[in-house]
Design a protein around this ligand. Structure first.
Ligand code: PGA
Length: 237
């Protein structure tokens, strides 16, 4: 069994300097302990860089506009990603959907644009609390809608199931719920499927033991390098 896919989402945390320090420490840990799989890191756009690492650390963008360059104030495009050789991008994260107001139509356009350019895409879906409370059928319907317009057979696609009510709340979904929901998503796509939402050292082993869970997308608990090292140590095969 290969080690699970681990991806760290820094969100709006870390500076350029602290990201460089983090990458160097992570590289040291990976070089010493081995992991057997690439480890993904999504720093803020201002911290993107070509990091010279011994181990396979893949730096991804948390977001970019579907353009090479142009007039999209506050956004970055392919030209800015290319400068640092960034070949991985997060699309559809719940904070972009719910806080930044990205529609499914726009997300699908973004997905298609970066897919055409061959980027590796981490695509996130997940239901808010009121949908979860409305029951399994409502959740299924909601998740299917979040996959509308998405080529779920894209060979460079990794999916992440991240229930909104579990993100940054300390409230992780139960293994039963993850298994049940992953089965719904797996019936639609056979691409690797991660779980995200308050994954931390105390629960990562349990989360990754869930059948149909291929890895974890980790926010809060990944921001301290020591937490990341602890989690990699726990899940490394
Ligand atoms: P969290 O975030 O680990 O802080 O819940 C996960 C995510 O949003 O990817």
């Amino acid at each position: 069994m290969p080690s699970p896919i681990i991806a760290a989402n820094f969100k709006t945390n870390h500076t350029r300097a602290s990201t460089a320090e983090y990458v160097s420490r992570l590289d040291g840990w990976l070089a010493k302990n081995g992991y057997g799989m690439p480890v993904y890191l999504f720093p803020p756009a201002t911290a993107l860089d070509r990091f010279e690492t011994e181990s396979d650390i893949r730096i991804g963008a948390q977001n970019a506009y579907p353009t090479v360059k142009g007039s999209f104030t506050g956004e970055i495009g392919m030209e800015q990603l290319d400068e640092f050789g960034v070949e991985t991008i997060l699309v559809g994260h719940s904070e972009r959907r719910h806080i930044l107001g990205e529609s499914q139509a726009f997300i699908a356009r973004k997905f298609a644009w970066f897919m055409e350019r061959g980027l590796e895409i981490f695509y996130c879906i997940g239901e808010p609390l009121e949908v979860r409370e409305a029951g399994e059928k409502a959740v299924r319907h909601y998740l299917v809608e979040q996959l509308e317009g998405i080529d779920t057979s894209y060979e460079k696609l990794t999916l992440a199931y991240e229930p909104v009510w579990a993100i940054g709340t300390g409230k992780t979904a139960t293994p039963e719920l993850i298994e049940q929901t992953h089965a719904v998503i797996k019936a639609i796509s056979d691409r690797p499927l991660l779980y995200g939402g308050s994954v931390k050292p105390a629960n990562i082993a349990e989360v990754l033991a869930v059948p149909g869970c291929d890895g974890a997308l980790i926010g809060t608990a990944s921001w301290e390098i020591s937490g990341m090292e602890t989690m990699l140590e726990i899940v490394k095969s």
